[in-house]
Ligand binder design. Structure first.
Ligand code: PMP
Length: 390
């Protein structure tokens, strides 16, 4: 027997990975302690020690989310996996869902819900906008959804959404509240239980500083009641919470049965990232992100730039959006900064493309030295890339 497909010579070269300062909206640089955890020799996904590590992860997420929910776990997959898991398990085809769209993440959730056959209603603002509780209440009364989706940290717009009272309003209308905290967890205050959030998810690769590929998620008792008493099975086998709750030891059954092979190395890294957050303390992490963000915002304004979110209280501390300065090509600015400073900033995403530049300083990356480096790189690019006198 001989093989016919020839080896491409690229496969005979060693792996090359350049160094980059990841100062965009994620992933962020991974600190050595987390890299080392992810580099530990793996064990089996069903070994008792692995279940012990998963139990630690659960405790770490409960702290990070500020919840006592038993139904707390990490998805094998990125933030989108948690997003789909929440929608697929909570909503049955034909049920009404309300999605707040003020950037790309609402757009995505609306599409996910539409694909699984939900009746999707939307509340809409252009990027940078946010919703008042009165607007939310009016839409809940009108559409009577089983689920309302809101993004806490809108990374495409750089907006942190006010959360006070939203959970109470949802419950008044017998609706579950689903919140995306992928870009905000650890950077801006969020209290799952106190704020009456029913389903909360985040990602590993932002302020948690783990590699991409795992996504913490938690479900309230109310959410569990709905998802475990449905008439139809969720469309996804992989994301079915009946199986996942058993895999994570959350269903009270004495034995865990094989469902899928979780990302063992990813779980090691996630455990370590949650341990670092616990050691630092949430309040310290929140205030640290705010302090560095304020330093960055002041520096950007001193460079003559305009911040996209005018109201300081609505600015997401982890991802800052800058209005694209007149007289510049935003793609050229980004390319210049990457080439000459090895720094990644990004442009907008979805509806904010062409509106903003984005700088993210999250977790391990969030310090004054990095903020100063980001400002110096931007100052240099503004000098070098000017197209016209604006
Ligand atoms: N929600 C928000 C707010 C995000 O910033 C991101 C990632 N940019 C996601 C969801 C999706 O996460 P992932 O890319 O890990 O699937």
């Amino acid at each position: 027997v001989s093989s016919h497909q020839p080896i491409n010579t690229c496969m005979l070269r060693p792996l090359e990975v350049p160094f980059r300062y990841l100062f965009g909206p994620g992933p962020s640089n991974v600190p050595p302690r987390i890299l080392a955890a992810g580099g530990r020799p793996i064990i089996g996904h069903m070994h008792s020690e692995m279940f012990g590590i998963m139990n630690d992860i659960k405790k770490g997420i409960q702290y990070a989310f500020q919840t006592s929910n038993n139904m707390t776990l990490a998805m094998s997959g990125s933030g989108h996996t948690a997003m789909e898991c929440a929608v697929f398990n909570i909503v049955e085809p034909g049920e009404s869902v309300l999605v707040a769209i003020n950037g790309i993440w609402g757009e995505r959730v609306a599409e996910i819900a539409e694909r699984m056959g939900a009746k999707v209603h939307t509340l809409f603002k252009t990027p940078g906008g946010h919703f008042t509780n009165a607007e939310i209440e009016q839409a809940l009364a009108k559409h009577k959804p089983v689920l309302f989706f809101l993004t806490h940290g809108e990374s495409s717009a750089g907006l942190v959404h006010p959360m006070d009272g939203v959970g109470d309003i949802c419950h008044k209308y017998n609706c579950l509240l689903l919140v995306d905290s992928v870009a905000s967890l650890g950077a801006a205050p969020l209290l799952m239980d106190q704020q009456n959030i029913d389903i909360l998810y985040t990602g590993s690769q932002k302020a948690l500083n783990a590699p991409p590929g795992t996504a913490p998620v938690s479900f309230s008792e109310r959410a569990c009641h709905k998802m475990f008493n449905r008439k139809t099975k969720p469309v996804s086998y992989l994301l079915d919470m009946t199986h996942l709750s058993n895999y994570w030891g959350n269903d009270g059954k004495p034995e865990r049965i094989y469902h899928h092979t979780g990302p063992v190395s990813g779980f090691f890294a996630l455990r370590e990232s949650l341990a670092i957050l616990a050691e630092m303390g949430l309040e310290n992490s929140w205030s640290h992100h705010t302090e560095i963000a304020e330093y960055l915002w002041k520096g950007l304004e001193d460079l003559g730039l305009k911040l996209f979110i005018k109201d300081k209280d609505l600015r997401l501390p982890s991802v800052t959006t800058i209005a694209i300065p007149e007289g510049y090509d935003w793609k050229e600015l980004l390319a210049y900064i990457m080439k000459h400073h090895r720094i990644e900033f990004t442009g907008g995403l979805g509806p904010s493309v062409g509106m903003v530049l984005r700088i993210g300083l999250m977790g391990y990356n969030c310090n004054k030295a990095n903020a100063a480096m980001a400002l110096a790189a931007l100052e240099d690019a503004l000098k070098q890339c000017r197209k016209s006198k604006a």
